[in-house]
Design a protein. Sequence first.
Length: 323
Amino acid sequence: MAKKPIKNKSLWQRLRANRLAWNLFLIAAILIALAIAAHLLMQVATRHGARRTVPDFAGIALADAEKLAAKHDLELHINDSLFVPAYEGGIILDQLPKGGVEVKPGRTVYVTINSFRQKMVPIPFVANRSLRQAKNMLEIAGLEIKELVYRPDMATNYVLEQYYDRQQILADSRLEAEMGSGITLYVGVEEGENLTFAPQVVGLSLHDAKGRLWETGLNVGKVIYEEGINLLNQKQARVYAQSNPAEQALSLGTAVDLMLTLDLERVNKVRLEAEKMAREAAEERLRLEREIADSVARATLEQSMEESTPAETEEQTEDDFFE
């Protein structure tokens, strides 16, 4: 009797016949399918490949800018506000990202708008406090020092009186001022203690440079900006020169002029040189102070010895007499 030919099973059939191999295959297939599905969903969610060009919102009213943003599938978020009298309230002054930059749909554009009016803040009472404490209190309130005026008083570097717009601020005053306004402080100084030394402010922002000057008892003189600096980029500007070099001896209340630039590479170069000169000047000042202190100590010792010598001679004469 003839045997029936045995048909070779296909790979698929052999795979189905092997329970372990079949289960492993199903697991792998499911994992691959899930990965592909997740990738496709991610592409749809992030709109892969879709780009939008950010419009230039500067100078546009906020309401109109929001409509324009929606048309480009973008969102606006007010990040900051300034008060620039030259512009109407609600006008967009600055934005990030800048206009012309390509971004993905749905991207948030952060804008700075012009306030309708400057915010009013209460003026804190800072008299009878140290100059450093008074400065910090004013800064926390959103104000600053307009001028330091020194008066003879035994309470050196303590605030005696404060004035805003020629009106004295008392403990029970309830006055407000526009944010950023300056307060005049009358500060005490004991006779013979009216000297200070100019700080090193090259490389600092205007805000930090002002604080450093006020803390050392000096006033801010002229603030000179290089071309291209405006209210929107002032915070990025840095001091590249000061009228009085660091460690120079000055009378309390002296005004120091500041020059600012946006050229950070230039600032870094002059800052390194200014810091080197400040260190050398400080070391020389300390050396002279030590020499003066040593000289005074020697003079005091010599005077003490001279005063004690006649007494010793008189004692010796009395001893000789009794002998």
